[in-house]
Design a protein. Structure first.
Length: 348
């Protein structure tokens, strides 16, 4: 005979299954609006299906990318401004995919926290859905992990996984030669790398996240949370127009280390730093930290979030196409014989 006394439950251990189910219901409309040709199933299954043939591919090669947002999350958590951090997560993955010449097809997210706050998580995943919608990727699944004891109260972590495709033989880089022109596409601020350094500089400055921004409008926290720019649809349009030989996403390693990743052995680049003005956030970071220009150039995007390496005779037409798509485009240099990146002019 049992005593009728209730035993220990999963909820007693800190995991609320009902909250997880409620979150799935809350985010279904956001996921639904990201559906695209090829999507076959909604949220809630053990896996997600995608039909490459329905997406329009004859002989596809798949490309996969995964990334996170880094310690930019700390600012989002501390300020409570979590609405755009999901855009950052998507951008860090799909901006890499497009550099291979791939069209993003679908996206999955991993959200882990100590105690699930359904309202907060819904805001975060709505941001992920917005990033997916802007880049043409379907949000077809993910994982929400409630892990008491692993995260402090209110803390969470994010990871993203994107899969794209291209027709066989269309992969980038392709055909880069000396004399190709470098078109720099403007960034939207720091984007999503270097935030351990950013937070160190903010500590050094003595400012709080709610302090007036020293390099722009609003608060410092809000300015540093400006979401990573998505370059996907614009870059793919340029690739399809012809003349794009390579694309380089400028993240960790800055201009100095990311551009050489798409240049063949024996080729380097010269970049004219006088071609664009250093955005205020980078000037403030550099001046507050006493940062030398070489360190700045290998840490941050410095105002250039993506570089398109294009045929010289297509540079003007592609500049016009990208500008019409809303990009700020600057001719910043050329591909040269040699190796590495050489700089002329000064940002600081």
């Amino acid at each position: 005979m049992t005593s009728g006394k209730n035993g220990l439950t999963y909820a007693d251990a800190g995991v609320d299954i009902d909250a997880g189910n409620a979150l799935v219901e809350q985010i279904k409309p956001a996921a639904k609006r990201t559906q695209r040709p090829g999507t076959m199933s909604g949220l809630g299954g053990f896996g997600a299906l995608f039909d490459l043939k329905a997406a329009g591919y004859d002989d596809p090669v798949l490309v996969a990318a995964t990334d996170g947002v880094g310690t930019k999350l700390r600012i989002a958590i501390d300020t409570g401004n979590v609405d755009t951090i999901g855009i950052d997560l998507v951008a860090m993955c799909v901006n890499d995919l497009v550099c291979q010449g791939a069209e993003p097809l679908f996206f999955l997210d991993y959200f882990a926290t100590g105690k699930l706050d359904v309202a907060q998580a819904t805001r975060i995943i709505n941001g992920i859905a917005e990033g997916c919608a802007q880049s043409g990727a379907a949000l077809i699944g993910g994982e929400t992990a409630e892990m008491p004891g692993m995260y402090h109260n209110g803390d969470f972590d994010l990871a993203g996984f994107a899969v794209g495709a291209m027709e066989r033989g269309a992969d980038l880089p392709l055909g880069v030669i000396a004399g190709d022109v470098l078109l720099g596409l403007g960034s939207n601020g720091v984007h999503s790398n270097g935030y351990s350094f950013v937070r160190k500089v903010v500590d050094l400055s003595g400012l709080g996240w709610d302090a007036p921004c020293p390099f722009g409008d609003g608060t410092l926290g809000a300015a540093l949370l400006a979401p990573t720019r998505l370059y996907v649809t614009q870059a793919l349009a340029a690739v399809r127009a012809g003349g794009v030989h390579a694309l380089a996403h400028i993240t960790g390693g800055g201009l100095t280390e990311n551009l050489p990743r798409v240049l063949p052995v024996g080729l380097g680049a010269t970049i004219n730093l006088d071609a664009w003005a250093l955005p205020g956030v980078f000037r403030w970071l550099a001046e507050t930290a006493g940062m030398a220009q070489p360190e700045l150039l290998k840490t941050f995007n410095c105002g250039i979030g993506m570089i398109a390496v294009v045929a010289a005779d297509r540079a003007a037409a592609l500049t016009a196409l990208l500008q019409e798509a809303g990009e700020t485009v600057t001719e910043i240099g050329t591909v040269t014989e040699g190796q590495g990146v050489a700089y002329t002019g000064r940002l600081l």
